[in-house]
Design a protein around this ligand. Structure first.
Ligand code: ZN
Length: 299
């Protein structure tokens, strides 16, 4: 069986396949998402379907590792039909997502995995913060690298800055699951179809470009993570903590999406490149530019 069709799905593996995948690369991928309204043109499980498909391809590309089934449910979600919101978008505390993810990380570690890659396809505000925070925290608790990131952060420099059922998400799903997008239905959607922009701008080709960037970086980092020494793992954890601190500080001093706004305004789009090339000091430097100082925030 070639790597392009290798079974990497934890739930579909026979024990011998599982043992071989872990022996080849002791990394587990955990895709996250939710069921949420994504316009008349997209399947409702877009976030998890997207994250799962990207992890599957990344594991195949990496030549080993196991992909856990996607976990549905998270923080935030539109006030729309067919949407499950477990915790508020801007809830200050969370009582479900973090304990669940931390327990899963603990279990993966107990099973012998030497690195964990958590990919959230759902971009709720605090969902993004909590996922990265879990990664940084569990890196220290377990003393193995744990990455927690939304997938679009790996394609910032390809031009994908994250959206909801917009050109980016529609294109990704269209490429990854062509049968789950019916683009012409957007014309019946008063919100997403209000202008022709999404219909005109979305395509499976664009989705393929974003996906390729995300998959290759996920595969690169997954291959490297189990081999990191203490110094590298600690530099990684410092960088991820710095991003979380910046996002939280800007949230508290300016507004919930302020740090994300700075990313775009200052053109700080190289996270994926820095991560894949293990330039963690560059990520830390980037993070230092995302949160305003107290003086700037007062202006
Ligand atoms: Zn989405």
């Amino acid at each position: 069986m070639s790597d392009t069709e290798r079974n990497v799905h934890w739930e579909r593996m026979l024990p011998a396949e599982y043992r071989a995948a872990v022996a080849a690369l002791p990394v587990v991928f955990l895709p996250l998402g939710t069921v949420e309204w994504h316009g008349e043109h997209n399947a409702l499980g877009l976030d998890s379907l997207k994250a799962h498909a990207l992890c599957v391809e990344a594991a195949r590309r990496a030549g080993g590792g196991v992909v856990h089934p996607p976990v549905y449910g998270g923080m935030g979600g539109l006030d729309k039909p067919a949407t499950v919101v477990l915790e508020g978008e801007l809830a200050w505390e969370n009582y479900l997502l973090r304990p669940l993810l931390e327990q899963m990380c603990y279990e993966f570690h107990r099973q012998g995995f030497r690195a964990i890659v958590i990919v959230t396809g759902h971009y709720g505000h605090n969902q993004q913060i909590v996922v990265r925070e879990v990664g940084a925290r569990m890196t220290e608790r377990l003393q193995i690298p744990v990455l927690g990131t939304p997938e679009y952060w790996l394609a910032h420099d390809e031009g994908y800055l994250g959206d909801h059922a917009g050109i980016g998400e529609t294109s990704l799903l269209w490429h990854l699951h062509p049968d789950l997008v019916e683009i012409e239905r957007i014309r019946e959607d008063p919100e997403y179809g209000a202008t022709p922009d999404i219909e005109r701008g979305s395509s499976p080709e664009l989705g393929r470009r974003y996906a390729e960037c995300i998959i290759s970086r996920l595969a690169t980092i997954a291959r490297a993570m189990p081999g990191w020494d203490d110094a590298k793992r600690e530099a990684f954890s410092r960088a991820e903590h710095a991003l979380v601190r910046a996002q939280v500080k800007a949230w508290r001093t300016v507004g919930p999406w302020a740090a994300w706004g700075e990313l775009i305004q200052q053109g700080l789009t190289r996270y994926g490149e820095f991560l894949a090339s293990e330039q963690f000091d560059e990520i830390e430097r980037m993070a230092s530019r995302l949160a305003p100082t107290r003086e700037q925030a007062k202006q």
